[in-house]
Design a binder for this molecule. Structure first.
Ligand code: SF4
Ligand code: SF4
Length: 413
């Protein structure tokens, strides 16, 4: 790819450099930073300039940062309401509502009341909360009941965005089609119950399949440099499949909302970052926003401190957002750290080794949904025979058998 094509592909306003022989962008963002934000005893003060984006299939302007609700239950109902109202008053206009416990729904509903036209909701189709606890389902009746349960819980009769929830495996994609779930989602769109239709996934392969249906307006995807880069001949290179996905989304006018921008927290710590050094919140957000097709990044927030840290992005300088240091991340920095590339495949027992490792890391870093996702895998670490076939194929020398033991122990399966 020549440089001109690359710059066009990866977005304008970028400074290019080489990472592992691959063109890669260090951003010089166009977001203005003419504001201040601080936390004092009266709570956060913020006078930032929120930035918005649109995509051809999305007519509204969406704030480049939205809220992820997956860990909101760590705050009290009144704090949750306060946080959402506060962020809305600053101009944040998107909230993803999938969460591990349905408890915060009422507080979210109260926050939406009176400002329903100012906050876009991203609800998930295929999620239900029996006994208030998150469960993914592919039973059409439960899918319908679960969606109605969410609308009622949030005190609304529509969602701006409806995403077919968390499809990561080809068999599951087929099930979504054969069980009538895609048809149901399209019907919701026709009758106005959802305005934009999409899906959520961690798999580029599945995302390509959905986009090929031609009906996708928007999708939520796990996106960060740890997931994007794969080792090639001892160097890091942007995964071709993921590069094509972002390009394809942009070409089709489908928007990407980003989850896992911090890699479940791993990227924020020196000890766990696969780049041998922690990235900051602004760097992670900037990285996500620099991918083609991305409209908004939705980090999960637990409390006002998290929200403050996220909003601080809008006050950060270009230098603070510059993530170019990962260009010099050395191969040995990644030794022993799984980056979920699946170069170790195939496993004769059909285990998705990258996914097992990813859910283990996410769960250990406090992601409340990771366990359920893990348990939904067709094969789990319990199926591992410790044959070791995968081990020499891992370029990062991950002790895969040990990871399988750990996952089996951690998840009890
Ligand atoms: S174990 Fe190694 S090869 Fe397998 S997904 Fe992890 S980093 Fe990639
Ligand atoms: S050691 Fe376990 S994960 Fe690796 S190939 Fe053998 S069965 Fe699969």
């Amino acid at each position: 790819m020549n440089r001109r094509v690359f710059i066009k592909t990866m977005g304008a306003g970028a400074v290019g450099f080489l990472l592992g022989g691959c063109d890669f962008k260090a951003p010089l963002s166009s977001v203005t930073s003419d504001s201040t934000l601080a936390v004092d005893k009266n709570g956060p003060t913020f006078s930032g300039k929120i930035e918005y984006r649109t995509m051809p299939r999305i007519s509204e302007k969406i704030s480049t940062i939205g809220l992820g609700a997956s860990a909101l239950q760590e705050s009290s109902a009144s704090q949750i309401e306060k946080m959402i109202v506060y962020s809305s008053e600053q101009g944040i206009n998107l909230i993803d509502t999938v969460m591990s416990q349905f408890g915060p729904a009422e507080a979210i509903g109260r926050a939406l009341k009176g400002r329903r036209d100012k906050i876009m909701t991203q609800l998930h189709i295929g999620v239900t909360y029996p006994s208030q606890t998150y469960t993914r389902t592919r039973d059409l009746k439960q899918v319908q009941q679960g969606f109605e349960q969410q609308l009622k819980g949030f005190g609304t009769d529509y969602s701006d965005i409806g995403l077919i929830h968390y499809v990561d495996e080809p068999e599951d994609f087929e099930k979504v089609i054969s069980a009538g779930i895609l048809d149901y989602a399209q019907k919701l769109k026709r009758d106005g119950t959802i305005r934009y239709l999409g899906f959520s996934s961690h798999s580029a392969d599945i995302a390509h399949r959905f986009l090929a249906t031609g009906v996708i307006d928007i999708f939520m995807f796990s996106l960060n440099p740890a997931y994007d880069f794969v080792p090639v001949e001892g160097k890091l290179k942007l995964s071709e499949e993921r590069r094509r996905l972002y390009q394809e989304a942009e070409k089709r006018g489908a928007a990407i909302t980003v989850m896992k921008a911090y890699g479940g927290g791993r990227l924020l710590s020196d000890a766990s970052s696969p780049f041998g050094r922690a990235m900051s919140v602004p760097q992670c957000i900037q990285y996500a926003l620099d991918r083609p097709g991305v409209i908004s990044c939705l980090p999960g927030v637990r409390n006002m401190d998290d929200l403050t840290a996220v909003l601080a992005y809008y006050n950060s300088t270009k230098e603070e957002r510059d993530y170019s240091f990962i260009a010099s991340a050395q191969h040995q920095d990644m030794n022993g750290v799984c980056i979920y590339c699946n170069h170790c495949q195939p496993c004769p027992y059909g285990i998705d080794i990258g996914a097992v490792n990813k859910y283990l890391d996410l769960a250990k870093s406090g992601d409340e949904l990771a366990k359920d996702h893990y348990l939904k895998l067709r094969r789990t670490a319990r199926d591992c025979s410790y044959c070791g076939e995968c081990v020499p194929r891992c370029p990062f020398h991950v002790d895969i058998r040990n990871r399988m033991r750990e996952a089996n122990q951690f998840f009890g399966r």
